[in-house]
Design a binder for this molecule. Structure first.
Ligand code: GDP
Length: 138
């Protein structure tokens, strides 16, 4: 079981100045930050990151949202990181997210849902490689 996951704080949350509160919640949940950057994606980069969703009806909406402002990308470490982080952020749709989860607290809709969390160890590695070189990870 890998100890690392990948996250993004999405443009809705950075734009509403929730970045500090969300990072605080992540750290208090026991995750440590192994890499982090504040970045604005291009349309091509956002499309590549979400390539798996290219055929979905919401794909362009998702890309437009993800390039609408800056994001914070980070690699996080903790035992059972992928599953525990998915629990911490809550369901994709904040209306269905459990009380106290990041999406319940800070997300407005299924599209603009404040944070990303990898859904498997394999994708955590792929997503971390997308954003960070080896030199940028600790
Ligand atoms: P996640 O793993 O919980 O992030 O959810 P998915 O992998 O299913 O979807 C990826 C991202 O696409 C979500 O986090 C949302 O930002 C977006 N998304 C998913 N479903 C919808 C939808 O029905 N409409 C829109 N606009 N965006 C969606």
């Amino acid at each position: 079981m890998s100890k690392r996951t990948f996250t993004m704080i999405k443009p809705d949350a950075t734009g509403k100045s929730y970045t500090g509160a969300i990072l605080d919640q992540i750290l208090k949940a026991g995750f440590s930050i192994k890499a982090m950057k504040w970045i604005r994606l291009t349309e091509e980069q956002a499309g590549l990151f979400y390539d798996i969703h290219r055929e979905r009806a919401f794909f362009q909406e998702l890309v437009d949202f993800m390039i609408s402002g800056p994001i914070v990308a980070a690699v996080l470490e903790k035992e059972n990181a992928v599953a525990d982080f998915r629990t911490l952020i809550g369901a994709t749709n904040p209306a269905q997210a459990a009380d106290g989860t990041i999406r319940k607290l800070y997300a407005a809709s299924i599209g603009e849902n404040a944070v990303h969390g990898s859904d498997s160890d394999e994708n955590a590695n792929i997503e971390a490689d997308f954003f960070f070189s080896k030199l940028e990870r600790f």
